[in-house]
Write a protein that binds this ligand. Structure first.
Ligand SMILES: [Zn+2]
Ligand SMILES: [Zn+2]
Length: 142
């Protein structure tokens, strides 16, 4: 019984640690990352299923949001209102996928759209594809 209790405690603590590590990573990267990239860059031994669970939990809690890019991959980004800039990101914002450095960024640009009468829009998924600011600049200079 005693052992069981200790194990449960350790598991809970480990879970909290990995949760914090994921948040920390997304906060410092400031760009959206795929689950693979998150897994690779975490300096912890966390299994895939745990990371998946953590990411989905954060999405539900609206701490992070999920972007499905045109390459079919899912990327996760911290909602900027939780960022240290404290700048609010509009809920409906564009995402920018850079084909050179393979990152996705949230753009602080509100998406304006209209749907025909009778349609109820629940979510939108806008991804712009091209070269990010850094990559475009370095291409200009080379
Ligand atoms: Zn780039
Ligand atoms: Zn975003």
């Amino acid at each position: 019984m005693q052992i069981y209790r200790i194990n449960r405690f350790n598991m809970k603590r480990r879970n909290t640690e990995s949760k914090e590590a994921v948040l920390e990573l997304l906060a410092t990267t400031k760009k959206a990352m795929s689950q693979d990239a998150i897994e690779k860059q975490l300096n912890m031994n966390v299994d895939r299923a745990t990371i998946y669970r953590i990411l989905n939990r954060f999405c539900e809690d609206e701490v992070i949001h999920k972007i499905v890019a045109d390459d079919g991959k899912q990327y996760f980004a911290m909602c900027v209102k939780f960022d240290d800039t404290k700048k609010m990101l509009p809920d409906n914002h564009f995402h920018f996928r850079c084909t050179n450095c393979e990152t996705i960024e949230c753009l602080p640009a509100l998406v304006q759209f209209s749907a025909p009468k009778g349609y109820k829009v629940q979510r939108l998924n806008c991804v712009l594809i091209g070269l990010c600011k850094e990559c475009a600049r370095s291409q200009l200079h080379s």
